[in-house]
Design a protein around this ligand. Sequence first.
Ligand code: CP
Length: 315
Amino acid sequence: MRQFTSVADVPDVQAMIQEALALKANPFAFQHLGKNKTLGLVFLNPSLRTRMSTQIAAQHLGMQVITLNADKDGWALEFQDGAVMNGATVEHIRDAAPVLGSYCDVIGVRCFPGLQHRETDDQEHIMRQFIRYTGKPYVSLESATLHPLQSLADAITLTENRPKHRPRVVLSWAPHIKPIPHAVANSFAEWMNRMDVELVITHPEGYELNPAYSGTARVEYNQQKALEGADFVYVKNWSSYRDYGKILPQDPSWMLTLSHLNATNQARVMHCLPVRRNVELSDEILDSPASLVQEQARNRVFAAQAVLKQLLEKN
Ligand code: CP
């Protein structure tokens, strides 16, 4: 594996989950792997979990870590080829990325979508340039379309809490006050489509995800019907993909509360965090034993560690 940008980069999903669980049991077993190696983390957008969990994962493997908050501390980057740079941007990615590549052995970048131009976001214009011009093994810290480190942590959490039967997993859209990217929802769908689960996606009409990621998962517009018999409910907001980046008229009753869980199979509730309490998910769920959100966040460390281990071993 040279890059980790999608589940498509992972040859064996189950093996990677088992590797992460082994690292969770023995985090310092591979300290030698990262000796004299540097991980460069570049954030074009804010982060709490991704930043800290990836740094801890690298430290477990003996790596040095440098973090650049490019949205605050770096020069304003230009990504358009042929740009006449007489405006706000100061440094072209063609110049900045090779410098990063010369300093670091592995590069991670967070680059959210603009949510203005669907084609540009779908083509992962920014991520592709970082991969190309750094020339180093690459881990996505969330891109315009996908968040694979989050999904691997979700897959680990689901495996640890899996019932004996093939679980029904429901991805349930939630209200939000701002237009939110599709990356977590897309990514969760494509990872679940590679696992032995039944995936149902529920959202109001108009919030259909890009079928490139949702695949053959059943879409159910009636949330209560979708929740029937669910073993896991993954709550997440996303903006419209059809009316790209827009918030359509919202029904606040889509916020998950304990009463929504009555029809489920005592479902455990998941969310990637950060969560808008009492908008996306009620306090009563987040503070109840049904919630898996803290387990998901903790597993971000071992997801990142499994990925970094493979990038170090294979390159
Ligand atoms: N879930 C997640 O990626 O959290 P951060 O945005 O805080 O990194």
